[in-house]
Design a protein around this ligand. Structure first.
Ligand code: ZN
Length: 78
């Protein structure tokens, strides 16, 4: 298992996610983001807006995703 925080994944808090694959990690972060969105958490709404702007450009999004995947790959197993 590897651990990344919400913030490391483009979010806004220090909540930690643990997953075996980056896909799993992205899924956890997405779910958490949607929960915080429902709670109208201001800092997460802001973070999601930033991500939304990034998603408008698929190339930028791809680059971001790949850099996060690399970050995940270099993390030590815990
Ligand atoms: Zn968060």
């Amino acid at each position: 298992m590897k651990t990344m925080t919400c913030q490391q994944l483009g979010g806004a808090c220090d909540l930690e996610f643990s997953a075996n694959t980056f896909e799993e990690m992205a899924e956890l972060s997405k779910k958490h983001g949607m929960e915080m969105h429902q709670k109208n958490d201001a800092s997460h709404l802001e973070a999601m807006q930033r991500m939304g702007a990034l998603m408008k450009n698929p190339e930028d999004m791809e680059k971001w995703y790949e850099s996060k995947r690399e970050e995940f790959e270099t993390l030590p197993e815990s």
